[in-house]
Design a protein around this ligand. Structure first.
Ligand code: PEP
Ligand code: MG
Length: 324
């Protein structure tokens, strides 16, 4: 089986009827990047930069961040990297951050860009480092937890300020593709007004499920009854894909469900042309996508979207006849 899976390592991810899918990796450290060559991917669809803060006694400055991103770009040898700005807060707490205030509901609190916009020196150090490495490769920058247009405007203004600063300092920087993680119902509903300002979006289905179902993603007592692969979340994913398509903005999905080889084909059938998944899941997901037919995936997606209950979706996953 392992041999069969490695068969697809060096070829592009495309279905039997020649539908091309960008298969990207989610990574949390530089070590992950070094290991990616063995899998055969199109790039990194989610670089969780919180790794910079893990075990750190001090927050890394612009120079330290630049070095880390530069090393990742070097290892990727021309492939795209999608760097997500720090997603601090909720279950992502770090000792090196000063005075993070206690909150009664941290998942609904100062998290992701809400934190970044309150700590602009930290945000700017990250934006400047990313802008500077963009000179050396194909770099996408994405913002987590954006829910409404005002936040996006403020973030884009920050990017513009950093570009101006770098220019005035005579420092080189490159072109960036800008995107947001769509991971709240509000982001889905407000998407159309934000898309004209974006180059891409990526659906964060882990948080989209948490915020849609009002079910804490870290609470194991809820996991079985509130799966991300459920009718409500699928409808929101579908809305997002359709809205992005209408605006001509490319749309990816980087949540855990894309790493499930039974679900990935359904997501492709819904119109997602890019999936970003855990490195360990790449061989299996890639083999399934390469051995299947896009038309078959579209049928599956139609069936999935017609399901009204979690149990119907579960039956669909069991019954769908994909090559194995
Ligand atoms: C998500 O929310 O689906 C996601 C990909 O990001 P994270 O799991 O880091 O919140
Ligand atoms: Mg998230």
């Amino acid at each position: 089986r392992r041999q069969a899976l490695s068969k697809y390592r060096d070829i592009e991810c495309s279905t039997q009827d020649h539908h091309r899918i960008q298969l990207m990796a989610n990574i949390t450290s530089l070590n992950d990047v070094a290991r990616l060559a063995q899998f055969g991917i199109d790039g990194i669809g989610l670089f969780r930069t919180e790794f910079l803060l893990m075990d750190a006694t001090r927050v890394p400055d612009e120079k330290a961040q630049f070095t880390q991103y530069y090393n990742a770009i070097h290892l990727l040898a021309g492939k795209t990297i999608t760097i997500r700005t720090l997603d601090i807060g909720a279950d992502k707490e770090f000792a090196c951050l000063p005075n993070k205030q206690q909150e009664d509901n941290p998942a609904l609190g100062i998290r992701g860009i809400r934190y970044s916009l309150k700590h602009k020196a930290l945000l700017r150090s990250q934006l400047r480092a990313v802008l500077r490495v963009a000179e050396f490769g194909s770099v996408r920058l994405m913002f987590p937890m954006v829910t409404q247009a005002e936040e996006l405007d403020e973030l884009l203004a920050e990017v513009a300020i950093c570009q101006q600063q770098l220019q005035q300092e005579g420092k080189k920087f490159g072109e960036l593709q800008l995107g947001i993680v769509v991971e709240t119902p509000a982001a889905v509903l407000n998407l159309a007004s934000m898309l004209p300002k974006l180059d891409f979006i990526s659906i964060g289905s882990n948080d989209l499920a948490q915020y849609t179902l009002a079910a804490d993603r870290t609470n194991l007592a809820l996991a079985a009854d509130y799966p991300a692969f459920c009718p409500a979340v699928l409808q929101l994913i579908n809305m997002t894909v359709q809205t992005a398509k209408q605006a001509g903005v490319s749309c990816s999905l980087c949540g855990e469900m894309a790493s499930d080889s039974r679900i990935a084909p359904i997501l492709v059938g819904m119109g997602l042309e890019e999936l970003s998944i855990n490195p360990a899941a790449i061989p299996e997901v890639k083999a399934l996508l390469c051995e299947g037919n896009y038309q078959q995936f579209c049928d599956l997606a139609r069936q999935a979207l017609a399901c009204k209950r979690i149990s119907e979706l579960e039956s669909l996953l069991v019954s769908c006849k994909l090559p194995s």
